[in-house]
Design a protein around this ligand. Structure first.
Ligand SMILES: *Cc1c(COP(=O)(O)O)cnc(C)c1O
Length: 360
């Protein structure tokens, strides 16, 4: 038998979450964001599961996009970080991919190349990551519109503060976007998961949900995934591989950061930071053993972590453990590690086998 850790990937939960987004955005079209290997869930399985229900798939790599096309995927494919070298434009055109143009020289490259394609024009409205300056928007649009091989132009921006409690956190960015695109009469794409749930006025023509599709909350301080009606797609599971009693005063793990105040029972789980479990999750991080909630003890090791089995006499070697997923949100575990669910999901290690299923 192999090491008992695996990540169960529930494709029916993925489609359920897509339905929740669909219901929330009404008639807006949906780019399912499957970058970073579908946030660690496996891009091909997720693309297939969404093929009949979504409107397009957003990715980073041209390689991933071409793989999907060759597998017979016919929906629009958006390259959210655009192209990295002008030489990619031939393949972009050949495989009908839609690049995001975020620099003026990329606009010029597309115009010069003369290859048929649709494009997204990204405007930096205040995130100050990717995008052209608002003042450059109208001239760039004029260039793109004069190029007859440019088949479709969509305007986009990305919010820095969509997940803030303050209802007007995106106000400035929206104002700048409206000012520089006024009168363009082109389709618009603004919203990530947080904006989809918090700012209905951003839904517009195309939305770009990522994390919500995987069943985590984009706004965990404001609403849990459950509150939003989302179901976890990935469940990271393993088993207890050793269980024993320790007496008061004994320490657990590297650095002896946890010391027992009284006698207790400890279980060792086959899951560590080399599996993608966050090393920064300290004593007290929630974990399910046999479906019952308990806590981790001491430092996470490379291949193992310890859990508290005191008062859990039914738990023993072979008991199933859920690190996050069904019954325990990755949002909660992430909060204990000082990070966000995105980092846990995308950080799942390649050595953890994925078991794709249709749920129930
Ligand atoms: C990753 C990404 C998204 C998805 O963000 P979530 O917060 O996961 O919904 C949307 N738009 C762009 C441009 C992205 O890079």
């Amino acid at each position: 038998m192999s090491r008992p850790i695996s990540a169960a990937i529930d494709l029916s939960a993925l489609r359920h979450n897509h339905r929740v987004v669909r219901h929330t955005v009404g008639t807006s079209k949906i780019w399912s964001v499957l970058k970073a290997n579908a946030y660690g869930h496996g891009v091909e399985a997720c693309a297939q599961a969404l093929a009949g229900v979504t409107d397009g798939v957003a990715l980073l790599n041209i390689e991933e996009a071409i793989t999907l096309r060759r597998a017979g995927f016919v929906l629009p494919l958006l390259l959210v970080e655009g192209f990295f070298a002008e030489s990619e434009l031939t393949l972009i055109s050949e495989y009908s991919l839609t690049p995001v143009l975020h620099r003026l020289d990329q606009v010029e490259s597309v115009v010069r190349a003369g290859l048929p394609m649709s494009v997204y024009l990204k405007i930096n409205t205040g995130m100050n990551r990717l995008g052209i300056a608002p003042a450059a928007c109208q001239p760039a649009l004029a260039q793109l519109r004069s190029a007859r091989h440019v088949q479709g132009i969509t305007l986009m921006t990305h919010f820095a503060l969509a997940d803030e409690a303050d209802a007007d956190s995106i106000g400035l960015q929206l104002e700048r976007f409206a000012a520089c695109t006024a009168g363009a009469g082109l389709p618009v794409s603004l919203a990530n998961s947080a904006a989809i749930f918090r700012h209905p006025q951003t839904h517009q023509d195309w939305v770009r949900p990522g994390i919500a599709l995987y069943g985590c909350s984009p706004v965990p301080q404001i609403a849990s995934a459950e509150d939003l009606g989302l179901r976890p797609v990935m469940t990271l599971q393993s088993e207890i591989i050793s269980a024993y009693a320790i007496s008061a005063g004994e320490a657990v793990g590297y650095g002896a950061t946890f010391r027992a105040a009284h006698s207790m029972r400890v279980g060792v789980v086959a899951c560590g930071y080399a599996d993608g479990y966050p090393r920064h999750a300290g004593t007290g991080t929630p974990v399910l053993v046999g479906g019952v909630r308990t806590r981790t003890l001491g430092r996470v090791s490379m291949d193992m972590l310890a859990v508290d089995l005191t008062d859990m006499p039914q738990a023993n070697v072979g008991s199933p453990v859920v690190l996050w997923g069904e019954g325990l949100s990755a949002d909660e575990v992430a909060a204990h590690a000082g990070t966000i669910s995105y980092e846990l999901l995308t950080g799942l290690a390649a050595r953890v086998p994925k078991r794709v299923h249709e749920g129930g």
